[in-house]
Structure formats: C-alpha cells, structure tokens
Write a protein that binds this ligand. Structure first.
Ligand code: SF4
Length: 362
C-alpha cells in the first residue's frame, strides 16, 4: 500500500528524549561527560539481560571495581563472584579479559572508535557502536533488537531479519544527527523499550507517530519480519566434564523455563548452528587445561539435532564450584535429574556406562 508520510527527523526524537529519558545508573547526567568504562560495563551486562535485572548488579559491581584498572587487577574469582546471578558467565570472563587488554594495550584508555573497540574481547558490532556513540560521540549505529523493531516499523521494512540488518543500519545512519550521536543512540533504545514495544506500542505518545509508515498502515505488530527458524538445523556446542580429586563432578541446573527446564547438566556453551569450537575455552567454567574427547555426542531433540563436543578436566580437592554451579559426588549422580543427552556426555567422558534401564552405573 502506498502511504504519504513525512520523513522522520532526529530532532523530534531528541526533543522527546530530553523530556522523557530514563534515569539509569550508567547514564551520564545532562551536561556530564560519560565515563567509557561505565558505559562499556553496562552494555556488556545488558546483553541478554533486562535493565531491571542489571541495575542492582551494576551498582554493586561499580562499587567494587570503580575503574577499569581495579577490574583488571582483581582476581578472576572476585569478578565471577560479583557477577554471580547475572548468568551467561562467558560475558564476565570476556569483561575481565577486556579490562586487562585495555590496561595492557592502551594504559587504561578505551579505544575511541568502533574499529578499535571491536578488536577487544567480548565486544561485537552492537556494543562497539553503542560505546563509540555514547562514550565518545562518534556517529556510529548501535542496532539491537529494540532498534530493529523501531526502524522496521518506521519505514515498514518488509525484508526479513537477519537479512534486513544492513538496510536497518543504513536507515539509522541516515537519521543520525552528528551533533548528538550518543543521545540519539540512547533515545532510540528508550523509544524501543518504553513506547515502541513488541505488543501494543504506545503510538499516541511516540515522537515519530506522524512519519511512521507501520502506524499509518495499522501494521505495527507485524514488524519486524523474521525468517522462520529452519526446522531440523543441527546445533553445536561444547560440554565440560570437570571432576575433582575427591570424586565429585561439576554440575548446574538449567533455567526453569525452556528446553530441559530445571534439569541438571554439566556446564556447556550455548547450542547454536554457527557455534565455533575455536572459542570453546571462553565458555569453559574454569580456566584450566581441557582435553577434547575425540567423538562428539549426538542427540536428537524434537525440533533439532544437537552435536556436543566433550571436554574433560580435573581439579584438586579444595577447588570450590564457580558461582551458580555445584560439585556433586559421583556416587550421588544417579539422584541428579540428568536428561539423556547429559548421560551420553558423561559416558563419553569415560566416567560411566549407561545401563539398559536404570540410567547411570559407576
Ligand atoms: S508510531 Fe508506533 S510503531 Fe511507529 S515507531 Fe512510534 S511507537 Fe513504533
């Protein structure tokens, strides 16, 4: 359908932001200079986690590690302990590695552009764009899920994600005001989080309601369009079987919701179609010498096949479990709610033989 709408203007979004910006602990006040360390740390914490969940952790983390130098100098156990509860622990390891790299490479100064930031551990395209724009005022696009939603609605972009991402990025760069790129990035985040929500967007309160093509057509909730997940695409990952000298194995409990909810497992990486084994060390629960088992474990779930590469490692007896995990005596393993894929993993690690009926035998 052809619709006659005006072009969106950054000035309208910024005027709205000046009145309605969220007060967030990592945000610089009006007229204040943003601290790149605080901006970067908040962006890493916010990956895969909500603002509400991050706020209390962020405050405590900053009180404990007020500078990048303090974070880089801290023992990794302290960093993991301060992170405990935020989940996705590879982010905490990357955060610590990145702080050390910033100290070693630049004497504690973060690179002030996207390219330099992207070269650091754990910093992808979105985080590099966000930090470059917010902390250094660079005209960079920071495109996350919120921004994808706003832009596909604003311009009624019918191309499916992820293929539409370059076009979305171009649209953001077209609108981006060179005098306030950091505020523009934060304004887009706020608009997506508070007004242009996935369900029932509050279009009546939106500073871009006039130029918004999806609002004009009444098709807001049909954006963004997503390519259907390919059924049956194999996912890959790494599983880490860690034993302690006293005969205990490291386990954790899966989140209550979702696949195998609430069941026990050895620590694993994410399971993804594009998982790269080269980075498996980053996903390990502890930094130590891991041995890769030759044959991976294959398992078929209802919607996808899974291939897990098994790594084994051992630690001395006083070693405590990392946050969110536990050491379970091998003798008690039969009492753990291990799904069959995990029974295959521990068997592949050479610890057990899976019995015909009763599960695990030592
Ligand atoms: S008018 Fe509605 S759909 Fe369009 S950008 Fe604003 S909130 Fe989103």
């Amino acid at each position: 359908m052809d619709v006659a709408v005006s072009m969106p203007r950054a000035a309208d979004l910024l005027a709205w932001y000046d009145r309605h910006r969220r007060a967030l602990p990592w945000r610089a006040g009006v007229g204040e200079r943003p601290d790149p360390y605080r901006v970067w740390a908040s962006e890493i914490m916010l990956q895969q986690t909500t603002v509400t969940a991050v706020k209390p952790y962020y405050e405590r983390f900053m009180a404990r590690f007020p500078t990048v130098a303090a974070l880089a100098a801290a023992p990794s156990e302290d960093v993991m302990q301060a992170w405990a509860g935020l989940g996705y622990y590879s982010r905490a390891r990357n955060l610590h590695a990145c702080a050390k790299a910033v100290m070693e490479l630049n004497g504690g100064r973060f690179p002030d552009n996207e390219e330099g930031l992207r070269a650091l551990p754990g910093i992808g395209a979105y985080t590099a764009g966000a930090v470059a724009a917010i902390a250094f005022g660079r005209p960079a696009a920071a495109v996350d899920g919120n921004v994808e939603r706003v832009m596909t609605r604003l311009f009624a972009i019918a191309d499916e994600l992820p293929g539409a991402r370059p076009l979305i990025r171009d649209k953001v760069l077209t609108l981006l005001p060179h005098d306030r790129p950091g505020d523009f990035a934060q304004a887009l985040m706020d608009l997506g989080a508070t007004i242009c929500t996935p369900r029932n967007p509050a279009c009546g309160l939106c500073p871009w309601r006039e130029p918004c093509q999806a609002r004009e057509e009444g098709t807001q909730e049909s954006f963004p369009r997503k390519a259907p997940k390919k059924a049956g695409q194999t996912r890959y990952g790494a599983a880490f079987v860690l034993t302690r000298a006293d005969g205990a194995i490291l386990l954790r409990t899966r989140p209550a919701k979702g696949l195998l909810g609430g069941m026990a497992e050895v620590p694993t990486s994410e399971w993804r179609a594009d998982y790269e084994l080269d980075g498996a060390a980053q996903d390990a629960p502890l930094a130590l010498r891991w041995t890769q088992v030759a044959q991976p474990v294959r398992h078929v779930f209802t919607h996808f096949p899974l291939e897990l590469t098994v790594f084994t490692g051992s630690v001395p007896t006083p070693t405590p479990a990392p946050p969110g995990m536990r050491f379970t005596p091998l003798a008690d393993l039969a009492g753990e709610p291990l799904p069959s894929v995990m029974l295959k993993v521990v068997e592949r690690a050479g610890l057990f033989r899976i019995g015909p009926k009763s599960g695990v035998h030592l």
